[in-house]
Each structure stands twice: as structure tokens, then as C-alpha cells.
Design a protein around this ligand. Structure first.
Ligand SMILES: Nc1ncnc2c1ncn2[C@@H]1O[C@H](COP(=O)(O)OP(=O)(O)OP(=O)(O)O)[C@@H](O)[C@H]1O
Ligand SMILES: [Mg+2]
Length: 212
């Protein structure tokens, strides 16, 4: 079982959008458990209509609550839609994760926010991947984030364009990848392939699920 946590240094960058899309794509190949760890504003179930197995109150600490649930279901992948910021809830949501996907925005503080959150995940030994969301809104800032990733030796797994269809899909309660075949979905599909490679073919775990 692998665990991927989706994070961002600040709120509203697209974590839930990406989590819902990856859940949709991953669930076509793997048995997954999806956990909403945004303790202040959990909203993943508005985007997806999952089977709710368990609901836990948030507790800080080293052990992630999702693990017993995932073990129980025999899940191959646990996807955690993390909380925004760099505080305690982020540390808790990242506990035990195999990989963190940072969703960054091409804003003036995008690279700085990314550096902050990666400081946290690096500290806890969780390897990072980065995706730039709404990348075409500011190509220069997106390139800045790409340069930061190259400098740090962190893989940039995708640049997701801005498209109003993302919000439209959210309003309809569907993952964007299930709602449309446009450029956003293309970018997310390519991203999932890269993430899957890192999760399952990195020499750390079995590739059985990923190759089905
Ligand atoms: N690529 C995109 N193009 C257009 N709109 C987008 C895109 N990605 C996200 N959005 C919109 O931006 C808003 C924030 O997205 P989302 O809820 O996924 O962010 P979040 O990081 O989960 O936020 P929070 O930190 O509050 O949990 C939503 O209205 C969503 O529809
Ligand atoms: Mg969210």
C-alpha cells in the first residue's frame, strides 16, 4: 500500500481538484482509499460521491488515521487531500506518506510558498513531486517554479492549464477528468502516469497494482 498526500503552501491552489481527478484516474486501475485531511474545511465529498467508510475526528500525532481503514479494505493506494498551509495539520496529514504532491500556483509567492511547504515534507523525509496549476495564467512564474524544482532536484510532474470547466465540473460534483476530455484532463492524465511511476516503480514497492 502506498500513500500520496496532496499539499500546498497556501489555500485554494487546486489540491481538491487534483485529488478528485487522481482518485478518478487511479481508481480505474487500483483499489484506492481517499481521505480528506482538510480539517478546517473538508469538501472532497462535494466533488466526489465516495463510499464513506469511516469518519474520524482530527487528532495530531505521528500516526495517520487512514492507515487502519486502508489496511482493512486492502487498498493499494491511499490518496490524502491535505490541508493548506505548513502547520500541524499538514504534518499530521503527511505522517507515513510515501510521496507528497505539491500543487503550486504561478503567483508572485508561488515559489516561496512551495519552498516553505517542501521544508516541512523534507524535514519529515517525505519525497516531493510538484504540479503547477493554472500554469498558463503566468508562464514566467510557472518557469520560475520549474527552475526552483530543477535546482532542488524535484520532479515537476505537470503544468495544468486554467480552464473554467474545472469549476463547472466541481459544481456538477464530478472530477474534471470524468467531466471533460480537454487540455486540463490531458495534463492530469499525464501527471497520473508520472506519479504512478514514482509510487510503484521506484524500486521501493511492488508494481503489481500499477501494471494491471
Ligand atoms: N486549473 C484550473 N482552472 C480553473 N479553475 C481552477 C483550476 N484548478 C482549480 N480551480 C478552481 O479554483 C478553486 C480552488 O480549487 P480547489 O478547491 O481544488 O483548491 P484547494 O487547494 O483544494 O483549496 P483549499 O485550500 O481551500 O482546500 C475552485 O473554484 C476550482 O474550481
Ligand atoms: Mg481543498
Amino acid at each position: 500500500m502506498k500513500q500520496l498526500v496532496i499539499l500546498s503552501g497556501k489555500g485554494g491552489t487546486g489540491k481538491t481538484t487534483v485529488a478528485a481527478a487522481l482518485a478518478h484516474l487511479a481508481s480505474q486501475e487500483l483499489l484506492i482509499v481517499l481521505a480528506d485531511a482538510d480539517v478546517d474545511a473538508a469538501n472532497l465529498e462535494l466533488v466526489l460521491d465516495p463510499t464513506k467508510r469511516e469518519k474520524h475526528d482530527f487528532t495530531g500525532g505521528k500516526l495517520a488515521m487512514v492507515d487502519p481503514v486502508a489496511l482493512d479494505t486492502g487498498a493499494e493506494l491511499v490518496l490524502v487531500d491535505g490541508p493548506p498551509g505548513i502547520g500541524c495539520p499538514v504534518i499530521s496529514a503527511s505522517a507515513g506518506a510515501d510521496l507528497a504532491l505539491h500543487v503550486a500556483e504561478p503567483t508572485i509567492s508561488g515559489a516561496h510558498d512551495l519552498e516553505c511547504i517542501m521544508g516541512t515534507t523534507d524535514h519529515f523525509g517525505v519525497p516531493s513531486l510538484v504540479a503547477v496549476n493554472k500554469a498558463d495564467l503566468n508562464p514566467a512564474r510557472s518557469d520560475e517554479i520549474a527552475a526552483f524544482c530543477a535546482e532542488r532536484g524535484v520532479e515537476l510532474v505537470g503544468r495544468i492549464p486554467y480552464d473554467a470547466v474545472v469549476t463547472e465540473a466541481m459544481v456538477h460534483g464530478r472530477p474534471v477528468t470524468d467531466y471533460t476530455d480537454g487540455s486540463v484532463t490531458e495534463a492530469l492524465k499525464e501527471m497520473w502516469i508520472r506519479i504512478r511511476e514514482r509510487l510503484f516503480l521506484d524500486g521501493k514497492g511492488s508494481a503489481v497494482g500499477a501494471q494491471r
